[in-house]
Write a protein that binds this ligand. Structure first.
Ligand code: DX5
Length: 228
Protein backbone atom coordinates (compact mmCIF):
# COMPACT_ATOMS: atom_id res chain seq x y z
CA UNK A 1 0.00 0.00 0.00
CA UNK A 2 1.78 3.16 -1.18
CA UNK A 3 -1.08 5.62 -1.11
CA UNK A 4 -1.18 7.51 2.20
CA UNK A 5 -4.39 6.67 4.04
CA UNK A 6 -4.66 9.31 6.78
CA UNK A 7 -7.25 12.02 6.09
CA UNK A 8 -5.90 15.58 6.24
CA UNK A 9 -7.97 18.75 6.23
CA UNK A 10 -5.96 21.54 4.63
CA UNK A 11 -7.31 25.09 4.49
CA UNK A 12 -6.56 27.31 1.56
CA UNK A 13 -5.88 30.77 2.98
CA UNK A 14 -7.35 32.51 -0.09
CA UNK A 15 -10.65 33.45 1.66
CA UNK A 16 -8.89 34.90 4.73
CA UNK A 17 -9.10 38.59 5.69
CA UNK A 18 -5.45 39.35 4.88
CA UNK A 19 -5.38 42.16 7.45
CA UNK A 20 -5.81 39.37 10.03
CA UNK A 21 -3.64 36.70 8.42
CA UNK A 22 -1.75 35.70 11.54
CA UNK A 23 -4.88 35.50 13.67
CA UNK A 24 -6.55 33.39 10.99
CA UNK A 25 -3.74 30.83 11.19
CA UNK A 26 -4.13 30.66 14.97
CA UNK A 27 -7.89 30.12 14.53
CA UNK A 28 -7.28 27.39 11.95
CA UNK A 29 -4.89 25.58 14.27
CA UNK A 30 -7.48 25.77 17.06
CA UNK A 31 -10.11 24.44 14.62
CA UNK A 32 -8.07 21.26 14.16
CA UNK A 33 -6.72 21.51 10.62
CA UNK A 34 -3.69 19.38 9.71
CA UNK A 35 -1.60 21.84 7.68
CA UNK A 36 -1.90 25.13 5.76
CA UNK A 37 -1.94 25.55 1.99
CA UNK A 38 -0.60 28.79 0.54
CA UNK A 39 -2.10 29.36 -2.90
CA UNK A 40 0.85 31.03 -4.63
CA UNK A 41 -0.19 32.77 -7.84
CA UNK A 42 1.91 34.89 -10.23
CA UNK A 43 -0.69 36.44 -12.56
CA UNK A 44 0.84 34.51 -15.49
CA UNK A 45 0.20 30.80 -14.88
CA UNK A 46 -3.18 31.83 -13.43
CA UNK A 47 -5.01 35.20 -13.73
CA UNK A 48 -4.49 36.16 -10.09
CA UNK A 49 -1.68 37.36 -7.81
CA UNK A 50 -1.19 36.26 -4.20
CA UNK A 51 1.60 35.34 -1.78
CA UNK A 52 5.33 35.90 -2.09
CA UNK A 53 7.73 34.04 0.20
CA UNK A 54 8.10 37.06 2.51
CA UNK A 55 4.38 37.04 3.33
CA UNK A 56 4.55 33.37 4.25
CA UNK A 57 7.74 33.86 6.26
CA UNK A 58 6.08 36.65 8.25
CA UNK A 59 3.57 34.13 9.63
CA UNK A 60 5.89 31.15 10.13
CA UNK A 61 6.27 31.66 13.89
CA UNK A 62 2.54 32.21 14.44
CA UNK A 63 1.68 28.51 14.20
CA UNK A 64 3.33 25.11 14.45
CA UNK A 65 1.22 23.78 11.58
CA UNK A 66 3.15 22.53 8.53
CA UNK A 67 2.99 24.81 5.48
CA UNK A 68 2.65 23.68 1.87
CA UNK A 69 3.07 26.02 -1.10
CA UNK A 70 0.82 25.33 -4.09
CA UNK A 71 2.94 27.00 -6.77
CA UNK A 72 0.57 28.19 -9.47
CA UNK A 73 3.45 30.01 -11.13
CA UNK A 74 5.63 29.74 -14.22
CA UNK A 75 9.32 28.89 -13.85
CA UNK A 76 8.91 27.40 -10.33
CA UNK A 77 12.60 26.38 -10.31
CA UNK A 78 13.50 30.01 -9.66
CA UNK A 79 11.58 30.02 -6.37
CA UNK A 80 12.25 26.59 -4.83
CA UNK A 81 14.79 27.75 -2.26
CA UNK A 82 12.86 30.91 -1.34
CA UNK A 83 9.58 29.14 -0.59
CA UNK A 84 11.42 26.50 1.43
CA UNK A 85 13.24 29.25 3.34
CA UNK A 86 9.87 30.92 4.01
CA UNK A 87 8.86 27.84 6.02
CA UNK A 88 7.12 25.58 3.50
CA UNK A 89 8.10 21.91 3.91
CA UNK A 90 6.10 20.74 0.86
CA UNK A 91 6.23 22.42 -2.55
CA UNK A 92 3.57 21.51 -5.11
CA UNK A 93 4.48 22.40 -8.69
CA UNK A 94 2.15 22.21 -11.67
CA UNK A 95 3.06 19.68 -14.35
CA UNK A 96 2.04 22.35 -16.88
CA UNK A 97 4.34 25.04 -15.46
CA UNK A 98 7.80 23.66 -16.25
CA UNK A 99 9.41 22.17 -19.35
CA UNK A 100 11.49 19.77 -17.26
CA UNK A 101 9.16 18.46 -14.55
CA UNK A 102 11.48 15.61 -13.54
CA UNK A 103 14.35 18.06 -12.95
CA UNK A 104 12.10 20.49 -11.05
CA UNK A 105 10.83 17.80 -8.68
CA UNK A 106 14.36 16.48 -8.16
CA UNK A 107 15.51 20.01 -7.29
CA UNK A 108 12.72 20.35 -4.69
CA UNK A 109 13.87 17.10 -3.05
CA UNK A 110 17.54 18.07 -3.25
CA UNK A 111 16.68 21.39 -1.58
CA UNK A 112 15.25 19.44 1.37
CA UNK A 113 11.49 19.71 0.87
CA UNK A 114 8.80 17.19 0.03
CA UNK A 115 7.70 17.36 -3.61
CA UNK A 116 4.17 17.41 -4.97
CA UNK A 117 2.85 17.71 -8.49
CA UNK A 118 -0.48 19.29 -9.42
CA UNK A 119 -2.59 18.53 -12.48
CA UNK A 120 -5.06 20.99 -13.98
CA UNK A 121 -8.43 19.49 -14.97
CA UNK A 122 -7.45 19.02 -18.63
CA UNK A 123 -4.10 17.38 -17.85
CA UNK A 124 -4.13 13.55 -17.92
CA UNK A 125 -2.60 11.41 -15.17
CA UNK A 126 -0.10 10.18 -17.76
CA UNK A 127 1.72 13.51 -17.35
CA UNK A 128 3.07 12.31 -13.99
CA UNK A 129 3.50 8.56 -14.55
CA UNK A 130 7.24 8.98 -15.20
CA UNK A 131 7.88 11.16 -12.14
CA UNK A 132 5.74 9.33 -9.55
CA UNK A 133 8.90 7.94 -7.94
CA UNK A 134 9.90 11.52 -7.07
CA UNK A 135 6.50 12.49 -5.67
CA UNK A 136 5.36 12.68 -2.08
CA UNK A 137 1.98 14.03 -3.26
CA UNK A 138 -0.18 14.23 -6.37
CA UNK A 139 -2.72 17.06 -6.42
CA UNK A 140 -5.73 16.54 -8.68
CA UNK A 141 -7.26 19.98 -9.24
CA UNK A 142 -11.05 19.81 -9.05
CA UNK A 143 -11.43 23.36 -10.36
CA UNK A 144 -9.47 25.40 -12.86
CA UNK A 145 -6.86 27.18 -10.71
CA UNK A 146 -6.84 30.88 -9.91
CA UNK A 147 -9.77 31.57 -7.65
CA UNK A 148 -11.67 30.18 -4.67
CA UNK A 149 -15.41 29.63 -4.56
CA UNK A 150 -15.68 27.71 -7.83
CA UNK A 151 -17.85 24.65 -8.49
CA UNK A 152 -16.37 21.17 -7.94
CA UNK A 153 -15.70 19.34 -11.22
CA UNK A 154 -17.04 15.86 -10.44
CA UNK A 155 -15.60 14.34 -13.61
CA UNK A 156 -12.18 14.66 -11.96
CA UNK A 157 -13.07 11.70 -9.72
CA UNK A 158 -11.94 9.36 -12.52
CA UNK A 159 -8.52 11.04 -12.44
CA UNK A 160 -8.43 10.84 -8.64
CA UNK A 161 -8.93 7.06 -8.98
CA UNK A 162 -6.14 6.93 -11.57
CA UNK A 163 -3.84 8.90 -9.26
CA UNK A 164 -4.62 6.50 -6.41
CA UNK A 165 -3.87 3.50 -8.65
CA UNK A 166 -0.59 5.12 -9.72
CA UNK A 167 0.32 5.69 -6.07
CA UNK A 168 -0.43 2.04 -5.32
CA UNK A 169 1.93 0.96 -8.09
CA UNK A 170 5.08 2.68 -6.77
CA UNK A 171 7.23 1.87 -3.73
CA UNK A 172 7.36 5.38 -2.29
CA UNK A 173 4.38 6.63 -0.35
CA UNK A 174 2.27 9.20 -2.23
CA UNK A 175 -0.54 11.32 -0.77
CA UNK A 176 -3.47 12.05 -3.08
CA UNK A 177 -4.73 15.62 -2.67
CA UNK A 178 -7.69 17.46 -4.15
CA UNK A 179 -8.28 21.20 -4.30
CA UNK A 180 -11.28 23.13 -5.48
CA UNK A 181 -14.93 23.09 -4.50
CA UNK A 182 -14.33 20.63 -1.66
CA UNK A 183 -17.23 20.81 0.78
CA UNK A 184 -19.58 18.67 2.84
CA UNK A 185 -21.53 17.91 -0.35
CA UNK A 186 -18.55 17.00 -2.56
CA UNK A 187 -15.91 15.49 -0.27
CA UNK A 188 -17.44 11.99 -0.14
CA UNK A 189 -16.99 11.48 -3.88
CA UNK A 190 -13.40 12.72 -3.82
CA UNK A 191 -12.50 10.59 -0.80
CA UNK A 192 -14.20 7.48 -2.17
CA UNK A 193 -12.15 7.95 -5.37
CA UNK A 194 -8.92 7.95 -3.34
CA UNK A 195 -8.27 11.50 -2.10
CA UNK A 196 -7.03 11.82 1.49
CA UNK A 197 -5.54 15.35 1.54
CA UNK A 198 -8.54 17.64 1.26
CA UNK A 199 -7.95 21.32 0.50
CA UNK A 200 -10.87 23.63 1.21
CA UNK A 201 -11.34 27.38 1.36
CA UNK A 202 -14.92 28.56 1.00
CA UNK A 203 -16.45 25.52 2.69
CA UNK A 204 -14.40 26.15 5.82
CA UNK A 205 -14.72 29.91 6.10
CA UNK A 206 -18.38 30.15 5.09
CA UNK A 207 -19.67 27.34 7.32
CA UNK A 208 -22.56 28.56 9.52
CA UNK A 209 -21.17 26.66 12.50
CA UNK A 210 -17.69 28.17 12.26
CA UNK A 211 -14.28 26.75 11.43
CA UNK A 212 -14.16 23.92 13.97
CA UNK A 213 -17.58 22.61 12.93
CA UNK A 214 -16.61 22.84 9.26
CA UNK A 215 -13.35 20.94 9.76
CA UNK A 216 -15.06 18.28 11.84
CA UNK A 217 -17.93 17.85 9.36
CA UNK A 218 -15.72 17.47 6.29
CA UNK A 219 -13.35 15.11 8.11
CA UNK A 220 -16.27 12.99 9.34
CA UNK A 221 -17.91 12.74 5.91
CA UNK A 222 -14.59 11.84 4.27
CA UNK A 223 -13.85 9.19 6.90
CA UNK A 224 -17.28 7.65 6.47
CA UNK A 225 -16.84 7.57 2.70
CA UNK A 226 -13.70 5.42 3.05
CA UNK A 227 -14.87 3.27 5.94
CA UNK A 228 -12.62 4.86 8.58
C1 DX5 B 1 -7.77 27.54 -6.94
C2 DX5 B 1 -7.56 27.65 -5.47
C3 DX5 B 1 -8.82 27.18 -4.76
C4 DX5 B 1 -8.69 27.20 -3.27
C5 DX5 B 1 -9.85 26.46 -2.64
O1 DX5 B 1 -6.63 28.00 -7.59
O2 DX5 B 1 -6.45 26.86 -5.09
O3 DX5 B 1 -9.09 25.86 -5.17
O4 DX5 B 1 -7.51 26.66 -2.91
O5 DX5 B 1 -10.97 27.21 -2.90
P1 DX5 B 1 -12.44 26.64 -2.63
O6 DX5 B 1 -12.34 25.61 -1.53
O7 DX5 B 1 -13.20 27.86 -2.20
O8 DX5 B 1 -12.89 26.07 -3.90
Amino acid sequence: MSAKQEISIIPSVLPVDFSQLGNALVDLEKAGVDRIQWDVMDGVFVPNLTFGPDVIASTREVTALPFEAHLMIVEPDQYIERYIASGCELLIVHAESTRHLHRTLARVKEAGAKAGVALNPATPIEAVENVADLCDLILVMTVNPGFGGQAYIATMERKIRQAHELAESVSNQIEIEVDGGISASTVAGAAAAGARALVAGSALFRHAGGLEAAVSEIRSIAASAVGQ
